[in-house]
Write a protein that binds this ligand. Structure first.
Ligand code: ARG
Length: 644
């Protein structure tokens, strides 16, 4: 088994001697940088422009027919010349090269195409040698790229963060998928990554849940399936609250009406007080108060709910290849941190009293859009926002991070903007500047097939079932699968993830079981199939994979082989670009470009039945493609299977 990206040591330059004279250029890590360097120098001479300028103007392309690198000639700002003519002139003057063909002038764009032979040699030998590390660039995560001994930058990625006893909804699913991806990405870029789960594990609802457990709880059921059982209890006790609300609201209405007519309401008020006093909601408030006051037995029950839920979450996260370094949560924020935060807010004039509560009025601080937010309720209790304000400085003190990312749905854009603004205004400008909200759009229609909104586990189970049905449609193939249930499970999880990663994060989408489980189109099952096909080809070739690097690559003369290597050469750049976009789709669409190219190569570059030397060379090519596909899938958090 190959290591997960989290255990991949990213490739890092150990000495400055091998770095290029261009900043950010690492020819020993990124094959395309060899070409950037070469083109910049050669073109610099004929254009009489500083190569360092050319270097920064060279751009990669998304379609191979536009070349491997292009240069917009006007960007060189050579005066007094028509850009089109200049482009032609430069193309003509560009000297013969071992690495690139004569550039093509396309309008004002100079297009460079890499020559096949040396490219194939470089790319294949590197991919086969560097394996899972190919494409990574650990220099990105270094505190000081010129001195690796100074260590790595530290990043906290807070993601998933579900609420105990409430459904794990689509927002949590997306946060989990995107957060897992970001954790992998930063790891292979050489950062020291801390994965944090900030649970919704505190508040009046835990008082409600604890009392509800007394009425409806069942020890056995709790042990067996804590998440579902606690949810059942929560639903039942919530029903009581709802039922009690009706007469209470009715009384309130009557009192209001009588008051307006200046009638006596004392009897009604007494009745209301009685009703409220025995209400479930009030009991929950009192229970939660005892938790806040550190009552040992109240805390013990709450802790058990929390621990059991975490144990169960861990199992589910494992199915998604995710584990957390820290299970924090709203309950873990120290009262002291909140008090300190409140003090510095007061000092900075951000917090003000308003009708017994404390608020922050952003409109007075040049942030009209952020409105006002309550910081401390009238009864003195803190809120969701207050805990985040306490937590942000606590985390900074504990971890001394260089960057922190919150992966939270765009519904909470305002919340996080308020959090960062308060942080900034209350004397932590630098801390605020190190924090980032990574947001995403809504998923519609995520429910189980029975139509009920449930937990992640149930969703994954359902998709696995559906996947199993789809697999059964192909009898011959199905018969060959050793462990169909497990395979269906892996494929199902991939299906969910790929559907989620198909668009930009900010776009919402509709959860579509039918579409995501199809083997046709750019789906998860298709991606797995593409990888599995390469695995099976390797098996059937009966070649020793360790010997593939010694193949004679000169036998790969077909354009298809060159094109595949051109694509493989792009992977390090794709990763670098992904670090900029922070979008899973940047990786995913690259992987699908590769699967398409692979499927059009199989007929041209046959392995089985070819001459032994050709067979070996072609197998090396496919092995390299499989490796890069594998690397990409792992960054996305997808476990590449070999079976289907
Ligand atoms: N538990 C929250 C929810 O489900 C998400 C927490 C997001 N993170 C944070 N630091 N506020 O809505």
């Amino acid at each position: 088994a190959e290591s997960l990206p989290t255990s991949v040591e990213a490739l890092t330059l150990q000495s400055t001697a091998s770095t290029s004279k261009f900043p950010g250029c690492f020819p020993t890590l990124n094959p395309v940088d060899i070409y950037r360097e070469h083109i910049s120098e050669e073109l610099g001479k004929v254009a009489d422009v500083d190569p360092a300028i050319i270097y920064t103007r060279l751009q990669w392309t998304n379609t191979l027919d536009k070349g491997d690198l292009t240069l917009a000639v006007p960007s060189l700002q050579i005066k007094k010349k028509n850009p089109m003519e200049l482009c032609k002139e430069l193309a003509d003057k560009f000297p013969d090269s071992d690495l690139v063909h004569k550039p093509t002038a396309s309008g004002p764009q100079l297009q460079f195409f890499f020559k096949g032979k040396p490219l194939i040699q470089t790319v294949l030998s590197r991919v086969l040698a560097e394996k899972a590390a190919y494409g990574t660039n650990g220099n990105q995560g270094l505190k000081d790229p010129s001195d690796p001994s100074k260590g790595k930058k530290k990043i906290i990625i807070e993601f998933s963060s579900p609420n105990i006893a409430k459904p794990f909804h689509a927002g949590h699913l997306r946060s989990t998928i995107i957060g897992g991806f970001l954790a992998n990405l930063y790891t292979v870029m050489g950062w020291d990554v801390i994965k944090m789960n900030y649970l919704g594990d505190w508040g009046k609802q835990y008082g409600l849940l604890a009392n509800g457990f007394e009425y409806f709880g069942n020890e056995e059921a709790l042990q067996k399936d804590p998440i579902n059982h606690l949810f059942d209890v929560y639903v039942k006790v919530n029903k009581i609250v709802k039922d009690q609300e009706e007469p209470i609201n009715e009384l309130k209405k009557q009192i209001k009406e009588k008051k307006e007519k200046s009638e006596d309401v004392s009897a009604l008020e007494a009745e209301l007080a009685k009703l409220v006093d025995v209400s479930e909601d009030e009991k929950a408030r009192r229970y939660f108060k005892s938790m806040e006051d550190q009552d040992p037995s109240a805390l013990a029950l709450w802790r058990r709910f929390r621990d059991l839920s975490i144990a169960k979450y861990k199992q589910t996260y494992a199915r998604l290849n995710i584990d957390f370094d820290v299970y924090s949560g709203e309950s873990q924020v120290k009262a002291e941190s909140m008090t300190n935060a409140y003090k510095s807010m007061k000092e900075a004039g951000v917090a003000e009293d308003s009708e017994g509560a404390v608020i922050a009025d952003f409109t007075k601080h040049g942030a009209k859009k952020l409105g006002k937010a309550i910081i401390i309720r009238k009864d003195g209790t803190p809120l969701y926002l207050t805990r985040d304000i306490g937590a942000i400085t606590e985390r900074d003190d504990t971890y001394h991070f260089d960057k922190m990312i919150y992966v939270v749905a765009s519904q909470q854009d305002l919340h996080l903007a308020q959090l960062f603004k308060i942080t900034e205004l209350s004397g932590h400008k630098d801390l605020a500047s190190r924090c980032q909200h990574i947001n995403f759009g809504m998923v519609h229609g995520m429910s189980t097939r029975k139509g009920t909104v449930k937990f992640l586990d149930d969703i994954l189970h359902d998709v696995g079932d559906k996947m199993h049905e789809v697999m059964k449609k192909n009898d011959a193939k199905y018969a060959q699968v050793e462990n169909p249930v497990q395979t269906a499970d892996t494929l199902g999880i991939t299906a969910v993830m790929v559907q989620d990663m198909t668009g930009k994060r900010i776009n919402g989408y509709t959860f579509n079981l039918e579409a995501m489980t199809s083997f046709e189109g750019d789906t998860g099952p298709y991606l797995q199939y593409a990888h599995a096909r390469l695995c099976s080809m390797t098996r059937k070739s009966e070649l020793n994979v360790d010997e593939l690097p010694s193949a004679n690559f000169d036998l790969l003369t077909e354009q298809h082989a060159t094109d595949l290597c051109r694509l493989l050469a792009q992977w390090p750049d794709v990763l670098l670009n992904t670090a900029k976009t922070q979008e899973p789709v940047t990786v995913l669409s690259y992987l699908f470009r590769m699967t398409h190219m692979l499927s059009s190569s199989y007929d041209v570059l046959k392995v089985i039945g070819s001459e032994p030397e050709t067979k070996k060379a072609r197998m090396a090519l496919y092995a390299a493609a499989r490796q890069v596909l594998n690397n990409g899938m792992r960054i996305l958090g997808i476990e590449p299977g070999a079976a289907y």
